[in-house]
Ligand binder design. Structure first.
Ligand code: ZN
Ligand code: ZN
Length: 360
C-alpha cells in the first residue's frame, strides 16, 4: 500500500508524546474524513494512511514494535473505508467508532448547512512590493455551489430523500458480541440522504470547480507569511451554508542587500578604512532613493547608524520602522604598486599597538 513512515504520515517527531500523536491524528482524520471530502479519492487515501499510522503509533505496544523495526500492513492492510473486512489482523472497527465519536458528538446526524472550508493561496512578492504595497490579480480555483441545483445535488424539482437504511442518521449500529458498534452508513456514504435523481450538471456533488480572477490589494508593510483574508472566496458551504474564506499568504523574496527585521530594515554598508579614519559622507540606498550618511572621523567597523523612520511602513499601527546601517570595512584583495607603497609608509609610521589590551 505504501512504504511511508508512520511518524511522517502523522507529521510528528519520533519522540512525540502519546497526547501529541493523538492530537495530530485527530486533526488529520478530521481534515481527510470522507464526510468532509465526498468523492475525493486522494483524501480518502490519505485518511486511510493516517488511520493506519495511528492504529500503530496510538498503541504503545505496537509503537514499540514499530520503533524496533517490526513492519505493519505491508500489503493490503486496512480495509476500504467503504466497507470490506478490515484486514491486517486488527480490528478496524475501533477506528470507525472513534471517528464516529469525533464527527457526531453534539450534533444530530441529519446533515445541515455547513460552512465551506477556508483555502490558502501562496503569493510570491518582491521585497519592494511587500514594503510599499501593491495590487495583484490572481486566479483561484475553488469549489462553488452548483448553479443548476443550488448545491443540493438533486435535479431541480426533486429533493434528496432520507436514506432508508439508516433512517437519515448517516450511521448504523451493529451488535458484535458484547459491543454495539456504530459505523457510517454504506448506503448513503454517511450523509443520511440519498439523491434519487442527481443534478445533470454536477452529477449529484452539489459543487463544481470554478476558476475566478480576483483583484487583491496587498497593504504596505506585509511580511513573509502575512495573510490577507478575502471573505467568502474559499470553498462553497454545504447545503446552503456560508462559503469559507480565502487567505492569501504573502511569500516575500529576499532583497539583494536589504534585510527585514519586523518593520525595520537593515543594510550592511561596505566602507574603507580611510573613510572611517578620516570621516566621510557616503551615499546610502534606502527604500525611497539614496541618502547621504555622514560618518564621523574615527568611526569603527560594525558601527551601526540608525536612520529614523526609514524602515518599512507598519502593517499594524502608524508610521514606519527605522533603517539600520552597519558599517563593514572592506579590505582590498589586491593593491596597485602605488597603494602598496603608501600603505607600507603608513604602516612604518608606527601602527599604534592596537592589540595591547588583548595581549597577556
Ligand atoms: Zn448540481
Ligand atoms: Zn444511510
Amino acid at each position: 500500500m505504501n512504504g511511508k513512515d508512520f511518524y511522517d504520515t502523522l507529521g510528528v517527531p519520533r519522540d512525540a508524546s502519546d497526547a501529541d500523536i493523538k492530537k495530530s491524528y485527530r486533526r488529520l482524520a478530521r481534515k481527510y474524513h470522507p464526510d468532509a471530502n465526498a468523492g475525493d479519492k486522494a483524501a480518502e487515501e490519505k485518511f486511510k494512511e493516517v488511520s493506519q499510522a495511528y492504529e500503530v503509533l496510538g498503541d504503545s505496544k505496537k509503537r514499540t514494535d514499530y520503533d524496533r523495526g517490526v513492519s505493519f500492513f505491508q500489503q493490503g492492510g486496512y480495509g476500504d473505508f467503504e466497507g470490506g473486512a478490515p484486514g491486517g489482523g486488527f480490528n478496524g472497527f475501533d477506528i470507525f467508532g472513534d471517528i464516529f465519536d469525533m464527527f457526531t458528538a453534539g450534533q444530530a446526524r441529519r446533515p445541515g448547512p455547513e460552512r465551506g472550508r477556508d483555502t490558502y493561496y501562496n503569493l510570491g512578492l518582491k521585497f519592494d512590493d511587500a514594503v510599499k504595497g501593491t495590487a495583484v490579480r490572481i486566479n483561484v480555483t475553488h469549489e462553488i455551489a452548483c448553479d443548476v441545483c443550488g448545491g443540493s445535488g438533486a435535479k431541480p424539482g426533486t429533493s434528496p430523500v432520507a436514506c432508508k437504511v439508516c433512517n437519515g442518521r448517516g450511521m448504523v449500529s451493529n451488535s458484535q458480541g458484547f459491543f454495539s458498534i456504530s459505523q457510517p452508513c454504506r448506503n448513503c456514504g454517511g450523509t443520511g440522504q440519498i439523491i434519487e435523481t442527481p443534478c445533470a450538471k454536477c452529477h449529484g456533488r452539489g459543487r463544481m470547480p470554478k476558476t475566478e480572477t480576483l483583484n487583491v490589494k496587498i497593504p504596505a508593510g506585509v511580511h513573509d507569511g502575512s495573510t490577507v483574508r478575502i471573505k467568502g472566496k474559499g470553498e462553497a458551504g454545504a447545503l446552503g451554508g456560508p462559503n469559507g474564506d480565502l487567505y492569501v499568504v504573502t511569500r516575500v523574496d529576499p532583497h539583494q542587500f536589504f534585510k527585514r527585521d519586523g518593520d525595520n530594515i537593515w543594510l550592511e554598508l561596505p566602507v574603507t578604512y580611510m573613510e572611517l579614519a578620516l570621516g566621510s559622507k557616503v551615499k546610502v540606498p534606502t527604500l525611497n532613493g539614496n541618502l547621504t550618511l555622514k560618518i564621523p572621523a574615527g568611526s569603527q567597523s560594525d558601527q551601526i547608524f540608525r536612520l529614523h523612520g526609514k524602515g518599512s511602513p507598519r502593517l499594524k499601527g502608524l508610521g514606519k520602522g527605522d533603517m539600520y546601517v552597519r558599517l563593514k570595512v572592506v579590505v582590498p584583495a589586491k593593491l596597485t604598486a602605488e597603494e602598496k607603497e603608501l600603505l607600507l609608509r603608513l604602516n612604518k609610521l608606527g601602527p599604534e599597538d592596537i592589540r595591547k589590551d588583548t595581549l597577556i
